[in-house]
Design a protein around this ligand. Structure first.
Ligand SMILES: Cc1ncc(COP(=O)(O)O)c(C=O)c1O
Length: 368
């Protein structure tokens, strides 16, 4: 048997190839490459998935965060509280709008931002909380919303790992001013190239975001009037078409990944170890299956010997990244975050994994 990969996009893309190529051919014939019907259609359907009024397709997840922060009015001199346990884009976007990322430590069970730590970091300059639902497990939203309301702070959700995750039955991306999603190919809902999307219930915020992402233009009638300096960051019609071919399967993807994660968790439980943690009141749309281990190197070797790939998401917490050195943080500043990333290890999880492959992973887990 071949080594089991962490992700295998070939299997997924083989299944939808005909549909994607057919819709791409139609776009080719209509020459609607940038914006068009496929984009409008995708935005409507994605908004429905997140139970919000509006959504706006953007060129990438990173751009969706930058546009959302700009449209929210975050600027030079402001502070945004965020987590060190995430991918670099979650704090890069804060730097790109001229504001300062202020990290707060995480909870040791989920790796998500700790609400109590958020409170400790609030100053007169704090304007927003940018939270990340790590691996697909929603953050503690009740507590975070209370802190935001009490202190007049905006909430921006980076839901790039969590397409369709539910917190107390409510979808992520619907809690704050904005939800930002990466639709990078490996994500639970992934384009065939770069793409992202912003979700919101706030009409004027979405209008401002759309203008920012389209050169500051209001609408087609006033096409060459630029009300402010914007970007060229709208999603293109080809990516929207590919996403429209995948979106009908998202619930199946979420269910299957959760089923696999539960099987892995049962295997860990059977040998007295802990698998991946999520609270009972959430239904995670798991992007990455990750568990904590004190002996990561040894454990990686055991999986390697059994022909199973493993991954580390992510090796370095953001406060210790060279890119964030200017903020002046040092080792030991966020002990939970540092330990969480030191001990995190991921196993293969994608909907097309066969039962035989899942059993092979379970067999290897039991070797631990
Ligand atoms: C949590 C998180 N935020 C933002 C991004 C950036 O998304 P993109 O690669 O689509 O720009 C990623 C990408 O992996 C991510 O994992």
């Amino acid at each position: 048997m071949k080594k089991i990969p962490l992700f295998d996009l070939k299997r997924q893309h083989f299944l939808i190839k005909k549909n994607v190529l057919k819709s791409w051919e139609q776009i080719y014939d209509k020459n609607q490459f940038t914006s068009g019907d496929e984009t409008n259609n995708f935005e409507k359907k994605f908004a429905k998935l997140c139970n919000v009024k509006y959504s706006l397709g953007i060129h990438s997840g990173t751009d969706s965060l930058i546009i959302a922060l700009s449209a929210a009015g975050i600027k030079d001199g402001d502070e945004v509280i965020t987590t060190p346990c995430t991918f670099s884009a979650s704090s890069d976007c804060i730097v790109h709008v001229g504001a300062k990322p202020v990290f707060a430590d995480v909870l040791s069970n989920t790796g998500n931002i700790d609400p109590t730590e958020i409170e400790n970091k609030i100053t007169s300059k704090t304007k927003a909380i940018l939270l990340v639902h790590l691996y697909g497990v929603p953050c503690k939203m009740d507590e975070i919303i209370k802190i935001a309301n009490d202190n007049n702070l905006l909430i921006i959700e980076d839901a790039s790992h969590a397409h369709g995750s539910l917190y107390k039955k409510k979808p992520v991306g619907s809690f704050g001013l904005a939800g930002c999603f990466s639709l990078y190919p490996s994500k639970s809902l992934g384009a065939l190239g770069n793409a992202g999307i912003i979700t919101s219930n706030n009409k004027s915020f979405i209008k401002k975001s759309r203008m920012l992402a389209n050169h500051g233009i209001k609408n087609l009638k006033t096409k060459y009037i630029h009300y402010f300096s914007g970007f060229n960051k709208l999603i293109d019609n080809l990516q929207s078409a590919a996403l429209n071919c995948k979106l009908p399967y998202i619930q199946k993807v979420i269910n299957r990944k959760l089923e696999i994660a539960n099987q892995y968790n049962n295997a860990f439980e059977q040998i007295g170890l802990k698998g991946m943690y999520w609270p009972k009141y959430v239904v995670p749309s798991i992007y990455i299956y990750s568990f904590q281990t004190k002996r990561r190197k040894k454990v990686i070797n055991i999986f390697e010997k059994n022909g199973i790939s493993t991954g580390v998401y992510y090796p370095i917490p953001l406060h210790l990244q060279p890119s964030m050195k200017f903020l002046g943080y040092t080792k030991g500043d966020f002990p939970n975050a540092e330990l969480f990333f030191k001990q995190t290890l991921s196993l293969p999880i994608f909907p097309e994994l066969t039962n035989r492959e899942i059993n092979k992973v379970i067999f290897a887990i039991k070797q631990l």
